[in-house]
Design a protein around this ligand. Structure first.
Ligand SMILES: Nc1ncnc2c1ncn2[C@@H]1O[C@H](COP(=O)(O)OP(=O)(O)O)[C@@H](O)[C@H]1O
Ligand SMILES: [Mg+2]
Length: 295
């Protein structure tokens, strides 16, 4: 067992049968944030899904909020985490104004469990801070700290959806490396496609990430999404040692922007709109994967 495991176990208040893997090992081997207790292999493990893109403005935050909302409506205990630590805006999109955020955890003023707030539906939200530049590039020590803090809370949920920042900073790579599923969001925009490729490349080379799920946003129809997937599948197969799975598509839908303006999610205020119907399909697919996993 790694040296740090005992220490983490005591932090988590768990016995030694809980197989926790050290931060460095997890990053290098890309093992999940938390590993099933060996004594009870049937115990549910939270599904940790990082939503990333490379390029900003492609729809990550909208996707995390809406997929989380629909999944929670299906009966899952959902936590959505804003890991855009310096410029987080998940709270704005959800129309909530949390009193505390992750910066208060770093400063020692609050424990992580104390900053969770209720979001729409039955979701819980872990808010990031905004305008704190020091948090945009966490040191190894800070990452280790936040990892330990996250371990305290994730096991209370069925699904943890992680909204990441744009770019391929160490923060972004870190939060992707700790997730079971890396959901890469792409749009028909050529720069979004090349940035998605760059993100997969760096995660694969630096962290050994071998599998990705591709969610194509802002498309006119399902065929367009398939074409984009096929293209990326071809180039990744040719140049990277990774496999990508098609996760689905979200139609371009102005109701999403209307929702943002009124600080409500499209799935909440326009549940029958084209994008909302797509969110239902993708959320159902995640739900089914989770159900099969626990069976
Ligand atoms: N499927 C979509 N159709 C139309 N507009 C969208 C769609 N998805 C996202 N948007 C809009 O794109 C902008 C960026 O979305 P956001 O979720 O903030 O992206 P990111 O988190 O990747 O920066 C927002 O104005 C949002 O309303
Ligand atoms: Mg965002």
């Amino acid at each position: 067992m790694p040296k740090t495991a005992g220490k983490m176990n005591s932090i988590m208040g768990k016995d030694s049968s809980t197989n926790v893997i050290s931060f460095q090992e997890r990053l290098l081997k890309r093992t999940p944030l938390i590993v099933k207790p060996t004594k009870d292999p049937k115990a549910a493990e939270p599904r940790i899904i990082a939503v990333s893109s490379g390029k900003g403005g492609v729809g990550k935050t909208s996707i995390v909020a809406n997929l989380g909302y629909v999944l929670s409506g299906l009966g899952k205990r959902v936590l959505i985490v804003d890991t855009d630590l310096g410029l987080g805006n998940l709270d704005v999109l959800l129309g909530i104004t949390p009193k505390y955020n992750i910066s208060h955890v770093f400063s020692g003023e609050k424990a992580i469990g104390d900053i969770l707030v209720d979001g729409p539906g039955n979701m819980k939200v872990l808010p990031a801070s905004s305008g704190i530049q020091a948090l945009t590039h966490l040191t190894d020590l800070q990452m280790d700290f936040i990892h330990k803090q996250m371990l305290r809370i994730v096991s209370s949920f069925d699904a943890v959806l992680i909204d990441t920042a744009a770019g391929i900073s160490s923060n972004v790579l870190y939060f992707n490396a700790g997730a079971q599923d890396v959901c890469v969001v792409v749009t028909p925009d050529l720069t979004a496609i090349t940035d998605a490729y760059a993100l997969m490349k760096v995660l694969s080379i630096q962290y050994g990430t071998a599998g990705f799920r591709l969610l194509v946003n802002q498309v006119g129809n399902a065929g367009e999404a398939r074409e984009i997937f096929n293209h990326l599948e071809l180039v990744t197969r040719q140049f990277l040692d990774v496999s990508i799975q098609f996760m689905g598509h979200i139609l371009k839908d102005d109701n999403i922007s209307k929702g943002v303006r009124s600080q409500k999610m499209v799935s909440d205020i326009f549940p029958r709109s084209p994008a909302s119907e797509c969110f239902k399909v993708v959320a159902r697919q995640i739900y089914d994967t989770m159900e099969n996993q626990t069976r």
